[in-house]
Design a protein around this ligand. Structure first.
Ligand code: 4NP
Length: 151
């Protein structure tokens, strides 16, 4: 069983969108999917309505999502921890216990950021879903390859 945690700053825009997109793409596969933020300002909140609107317009479900802060235990609980931008990745590296076996990486395979849309206009929220849809297929292929190797 593979598990993946998507991480951004607030856990209300980018990583909940990644969680929703991945849930749809990975449907029927044994993959545990969650998201978290490096910051706790929005802990307990549902996804940002702007993210939710663009995601739901494309058919993704955000049902049951509530923001939470990433915790040290996540480095033991998840196989893949995928950061939306370089700043999130740096924060995660600082938190990562030495004996964690998790694969910690930027989410976009080309190593660029999924830009933070929170303080920007509506186009940013559209771009976020585009970028996440592109990268999701890459990670799904990585995870399913890993699963067949392990069995
Ligand atoms: P996210 O966006 O990291 O994609 O969830 C943000 C949400 C909230 C804040 C920053 C980024 N904030 O500063 O409250």
């Amino acid at each position: 069983m593979t598990s993946v945690l998507f991480v951004c700053l607030g856990n209300i825009c980018r990583s909940p969108t990644a969680e929703a997109v991945f849930r749809a793409r990975a449907a029927g596969q044994d993959i545990i999917i969650d998201s978290a933020g490096t910051g706790a300002w929005h802990a307990g909140d549902g996804p940002d309505p702007r993210s939710r609107a663009e995601g739901e317009r494309r058919g993704y479900s955000f049902a049951g999502q509530a923001a939470r802060k990433v915790q040290v235990q996540d480095f033991y609980d998840f196989d893949f921890i995928l950061a939306m931008d370089a700043s999130n990745l740096a924060d995660l590296k600082a938190l990562r216990p030495k004996d964690s076996a998790a694969m910690l990486s930027l989410f976009r395979p080309d190593g660029s950021d999924v830009p933070d849309p929170y303080y920007g206009g509506p186009d940013g929220f559209v771009d976020v879903v585009d970028l996440i849809e592109d990268a999701a297929d890459y990670w799904l292929a990585q995870m399913t390859a890993g699963q067949s190797k392990a069995e």
